[in-house]
Design a protein around this ligand. Structure first.
Ligand SMILES: [Cu+2]
Length: 66
């Protein structure tokens, strides 16, 4: 998914930590240059709206679900 507002390593860590704290998420890797996060998750356990909520709780906005 694409996320707005991530500008530094701290943002990267906050988003990755927020996402990987969810059960059903195997890994979350942010690409700062592209403003994207690659999430490996189990769709039976966690929904995209859960993922989106975790990003928002970390303080960032999802601009595009991929
Ligand atoms: Cu930052």
């Amino acid at each position: 998914m694409k996320i707005a507002g991530m500008s530094c390593n701290h943002c990267k860590m906050a988003v990755e930590r927020g996402l990987s704290g969810l059960s059903g998420v195997d890994s979350a890797v942010v690409n700062l240059a592209e403003g994207t996060v690659q999430i490996s998750y189990d769709p039976a356990t966690v929904s995209t709206s859960d993922l989106q909520k975790a990003v928002e709780e970390a303080g960032y906005q999802v601009v595009e679900l991929c």
